[in-house]
Design a protein around this ligand. Structure first.
Ligand SMILES: [Fe+2]
Ligand SMILES: [Fe+2]
Length: 378
């Protein structure tokens, strides 16, 4: 494929466009990357499915004015020309790639595979909802978001193909396990993952803007406009939740707390498996993660009435403990046999109790703002 050519056919975004099919047609295969992406563990990105009937019944009229403004932004499609390589991309690759140590290269590949998988996961979920609903508001929104995620996944996969590691998204879609989440959980989890995606990409972009000498791959130059897509996807889930206020009150506040903690803990443990990647960018994994938590928590005040206290000493201690448990668990897996199995059981119990302690850290409560929408100003 010509390096300046986008792998994704120039997207129309009427509701009949199947962005998953377009993306799969444009891309080819390498087995190892696909197998890695297909693996489901606690830490790898998952594929989701949900109750389409409930999605179809969603009524956005309580937020109609903000909804229509947002849909106009999607329609304006200000990133239409963004996910194409520029002339300098190839030159930078030629100069920078031979300078990567094998360890950094490995961590960077891991980062690309897991990012591509989670972009594709969004693409599939949004595309499936689009196909299975007739509610025009939801159908159109899902078509726009699938369009964006398809561009994101395709763009990362092009970079994997430079290393002969392109993911075969067609077979990934077939073989990877799907997790069923009822719509309520999709709203909490997907909102968080979109906003965290924004916070992660913008934190990296700002860091490399300050230290261009640490930009070891050209793809990072794309992150600023890219993360605005993720920000808008998060806004869409914020509006859908604010249109259903019962999702944000009563016992559901416990679910919100659970999802914030689960998503933060997963990210924390996973990021600490890639210390060199952060080091190469002049970041330190723990500081980077707390910056991402800080931005995400600030943004989430638009929709979540509870906020976890990321500076509480118990919160910090539990995050560090979960990381240590996960590392001990990896050693038990490597050891195998009866002893390894017993050790894994013990680590699972410790992780469960540590998460319980994390859950009991007091949260901050606040009233939701009248104006829901935010701008990506970080
Ligand atoms: Fe994305
Ligand atoms: Fe997204």
């Amino acid at each position: 494929m010509n390096p300046t050519e986008s792998p994704v056919a120039e997207a129309r975004t009427d509701v009949d466009t199947d962005h998953v099919a377009l993306l799969m047609d444009g891309l080819k295969n390498t087995q190892t990357a696909t197998e890695r992406a297909a693996k489901s563990t606690m830490l790898t990105p998952r594929f989701y499915t949900t109750d389409f009937k409930a999605m179809d019944a969603l009524d956005v009229s309580p937020v109609r004015a903000e909804w229509d403004r947002m849909m106009a932004e999607y329609e304006g499609d200000n990133n239409q020309d963004h996910f194409k390589r520029d002339a300098a991309f190839g030159e930078e690759l030629k100069v920078l790639m031979p300078q990567l140590s094998p360890e950094l290269r490995q961590e960077f590949m891991d980062f690309l595979i897991s990012s591509c998988t989670s972009e594709f996961s969004g693409c599939i979920l949004y595309n499936e909802i689009r196909k299975n609903v007739s509610n025009p508001d939801i159908k159109q929104l899902m078509a726009y978001m699938a369009r964006d995620e398809s561009r994101h996944a395709g763009f990362i996969n092009q970079s994997l193909k430079d290393f002969n590691l392109g993911i075969d998204l067609g077979s990934l879609k077939r073989v990877k396990a799907y997790t069923y989440f009822k719509p309520k959980y999709i709203f909490y989890a997907t909102y968080l993952s979109e906003k965290i995606g924004y916070a992660r990409y913008i934190t990296i972009f700002r860091q490399l803007e300050r230290h261009p000498d640490k930009r070891f791959h050209p793809i990072f130059r794309w992150f600023e406009r890219w993360c605005n897509d993720e920000f808008r996807h998060g806004e869409s889930f914020a509006l859908m939740m604010r249109a259903q206020p019962h999702l944000l009150t009563g016992l559901n506040k416990l679910w919100i707390r659970f999802f914030i903690l689960a998503v933060y803990a997963t990210m924390y443990v996973r990021d600490h498996t890639r210390p060199m990647l952060h080091q190469a960018m002049g970041l330190e994994s723990t500081e980077y993660d707390y910056e991402v938590f800080r931005i995400t928590s600030q943004i989430a005040r638009q929709v979540f009435p509870v906020e976890v206290d990321i500076d509480h000493p118990t919160f910090r201690a539990c995050m560090a403990r979960l990381l240590a448990i996960s590392q001990a668990n990896d050693r038990a897996v490597a050891r195998g046999g009866l002893v390894g199995t017993l050790q894994r059981g013990w680590h699972a119990a410790r992780a469960f109790f540590t998460f319980g302690r994390l859950f009991l850290v007091p949260v901050k409560q606040h009233a939701l703002p009248k104006d829901i929408r935010l701008d990506p100003v970080w």
